[in-house]
Unconditional design. Sequence first.
Length: 558
Amino acid sequence: MSEEYKSKNFIEEIIEEDISNGKHEGRIHTRFPPEPNGYLHIGHTKAICINFETAQKYGGKTNLRFDDTNPVTEETEYVEAIKRDINWLGFQWEGEALYASDYFDQLYSYAVKLIKEGKAYIDESSAEEMADMKGTPTQPGKNSPYRDRSVEENLRLFEEMKDGKHPDGRMVLRAKIDMAAPNMLLRDPVIYRIKHAEHHRTGDKWCIYPMYDFAHGQSDSIENITHSLCSLEFMHHRPLYNWLIENLEIFPSRQIEFARMNVSYMITSKRRLLKLVTEGYVTGWDDPRMSTLSGLRRRGYLPQSLRRFCNIVGVAKRDNLIELELLESVIRDDLNEVATRVMVVLDPIKVIITNYPEGQQEILSTANNPKYEDKGTHNMTFSREIYIERDDFMIDPPKKYFRLAPEKNVRLKGAYIITAHDYKTDDNGRVTEVHCNYYPESKSGQDTSGIKAKGVLHWVDVNSALDVELRLYDRLFTDPTPDGHEDVDYLDFYNKDSLQVVSKAKAEQFLKDVGDTESLQFMRKGYFIKDRESNDDKLVFNRTITLKDSWAKMQKKK
């Protein structure tokens, strides 16, 4: 096992200290708590890996809990998508999936407890008034005129909120902490609000819903979570997390923050990803250009590659930007190990081998992965007429051009050496057909011809060629930090060339029966995977990634 998996991170050091001190009898229990208001993205991968792998390392458990406290934005579709993504990454949560909505009755009783103890009150101020009273980071806030209401009045109004007697926004429940606290999140935060909206699980049972900060820590405590591992943006929420646990006198879960994973050229805001979907910049949440796990899966990324990438990046205490090139390098390395090699011609030009017998067809065998013999072989046909790439033939080539040209020898991958002796062009001078001779003694693996050929070309037999559509995906944004500019909208960096469709590619017959999850390397063209839109009448393949970092080369030329 490589060192990237062996070294301890600061979270593991904390856990090992807790274990050595006998805290929670050495029990380790984590949770992954997504809000079901969108699809998971690559940033979530790190949180998933940290929570699940940390618990696994110490013989613990991990819950999947949906923090479904906002019925306006949450949907069952998102719940099911999140479950699929976690399973696809290779993880399984403890028992059944849990929901914050499972605890609505308990959370309501917690709120009542705070009211009875004079630690929460009903505020009828408008949102604008509350914001004005909040103060600034350098100036203390002002107490609400409703702050000193009696316990009895607060209980009555809170029950009226629950019973639906007040409209949305009419009043809220706030925790009574300190309006002069340096941490503005402690300045009497809102913990319950009115929302007359149907919940995806509880229907219209409730018209008041707890705020995230109130539901999150208490749900952790209800589940006896020992280590609540979350990303760095929640660091300033920790004092409120602890205040609620202490004042409710419930199980003392401990919140620990780590740096979130930001990857260049990718958006990791569900709100902004949703905008890409709703405004038609992409075809859906699983568009292969998206940073969502469903999009990356459809594009052909491997789950083990994403897990390995997270381990290489490590667990840090400060946010940083991870270069996309590192992720792509991991993807290429892993695909190179597993991808089946196939020949596909994107821009076909016909080659006629004039000295090859008419009507004859050979069955040639080619390795599925030349690195590993146990990956086996598959058959392909060879006959008098084949397709090669248009740019693999030049009439007047420059020096050091090792592809096909008049009087130049080139080897056809897995087949014979050929040399061009004639060609045809259309009225515009565009080559339409190339005539060649082949050397019968030059068959791959049996070559006794003694003829040299520096170049090797991929090709497809005309007689058995499949018509396929290729979708060539590139980066969705042209800037490494598209959402990191104050004065520029991230959509201004939308890459209009992020998808190119090749509709007339030719492929060998092998692709007709490949599985939906089989990784493929189209020789010299990149790694591909069959798209879910493929059917008996149309085969579609998505390019996962190029064989080399062509983007970096393109940027250097600019």
